[in-house]
Design a protein around this ligand. Structure first.
Ligand code: PGA
Length: 250
C-alpha cells in the first residue's frame, strides 16, 4: 500500500514564540502537508498564523485530565492551544524522565479521548541491539504502549521508530537496517491487530535524519515518513528535507 511520505518535526526544548513564528513564516508557501511538534508555549501563537497544510502538535501531555500536577500540561490544554497531535513515549522522556510503558499507555488513552492524534515513539538502546534484544524491546514498547486500544483508536496512532543510539548523534541507521526493523514492526502490528491495520499504520523513522539521508530512508517500503529533531530547527534545512523526501520514489 503506497502512502504519502509523512514528515514530522520535533523541536524539543527549542524556540521562543518569536523564533517559532519566524520559522513558520519562512516555510515555502506551497508547502506540502507537514507537522511540527512545537514547545507548548508557542502552540497558540503558531496556530494563529500557520498555513493550512501545517499541523501543529505537542511534545508531551500528562495522563490525567486536570488536578494537582504542578508543572504538567493536559491533553485538553494543548488541544485548546491548537495541537492536533502529540508525541508520546519519546526516548528522552523514557530515559531522562523515567516514563514507563504503562504511563505512556495512560497518556495515549488520554490523548485519544481528547481527539489528539498520537505519535508513539519506540526504540532500542545500543546495548539492547548488541544483545539482540531489539525485537523483544520494540514489541514490549509497542504492545504495552498501545494496550487496550480498539481498532478505531488505532487509526489515530502512528509509530515513530527511533533507535536511541541514532538520536542526536549524527549516526542514523542505514536504510537497510531501518527497513529490516520497520518490517519487523509491521509484522508485530499484523500479529496483534491484523493485516489491514498493519498496512494502514504509518511507521515513521527517526534519529539523525538530514537532507542527505532522507530520500534513501523514505524510499524503503516500510518507512512511511520521518520524525526529525535537530535538522528541523533551521527553516532552510527543513525545507530541503521536505523537498528531498518528495523526490524519493516509493
Ligand atoms: P534527531 O532527533 O533528528 O536530532 O536525531 C530525533 C528525535 O529525537 O525525534
Amino acid at each position: 500500500m503506497s502512502k504519502e511520505v509523512r514528515i514530522v518535526a520535533n523541536w524539543k526544548m527549542n524556540k521562543t514564540i518569536e523564533e517559532a513564528t519566524d520559522f513558520i513564516s519562512k516555510l515555502p508557501e506551497d508547502i506540502k502537508v507537514v507537522s511540527i511538534a512545537v514547545p507548548s508555549t508557542a502552540l497558540y501563537t503558531c496556530a494563529q498564523m500557520k498555513p493550512p497544510m501545517l499541523s501543529l502538535g505537542a511534545q508531551n501531555i500528562h495522563s490525567e485530565t486536570h488536578g494537582p500536577f504542578t508543572g504538567e500540561i493536559s491533553a485538553d490544554m494543548v488541544k485548546d492551544a491548537g495541537a492536533e497531535f502529540v508525541i508520546l513515549g519519546h526516548s528522552e522522556r523514557r530515559h531522562t524522565f523515567n516514563e514507563t510503558n504503562e504511563f505512556v499507555n495512560k497518556k495515549v488513552k488520554q490523548a485519544l479521548l481528547t481527539d489528539l492524534q498520537v505519535i508513539l515513539c519506540i526504540g532500542e538502546t545500543h546495548t539492547e541491539r548488541d544483545a539482540e534484544q531489539t525485537t523483544e524491546v520494540l514489541k514490549k514498547q509497542l504492545f504495552e504502549g498501545l494496550f487496550e486500544l480498539n481498532m478505531e483508536q488505532l487509526k489515530q496512532v502512528s509509530i515513530a521508530y527511533e533507535p536511541v543510539w541514532a538520536i542526536g548523534t549524527g549516526q542514523a541507521a542505514t536504510a537497510q537496517m531501518a527497513q529490516e526493523t520497520h518490517f519487523i514492526l509491521r509484522n508485530l502490528i499484523k500479529e496483534k491487530w491484523g493485516e489491514l491495520a498493519s498496512e494502514k499504520m504509518f511507521i515513521l523513522h527517526g534519529g539523525s535524519i538530514k537532507p542527505e539521508n532522507i530520500a534513501e530512508l523514505t524510499s524503503q517500503p516500510d518507512v512511511d515518513g520521518v520524525l526529525v529533531g535537530g535538522a528541523a530547527l533551521d527553516p532552510s534545512t527543513f525545507s530541503q528535507i521536505i523537498q528531498n523526501a518528495g523526490n524519493a520514489k516509493k
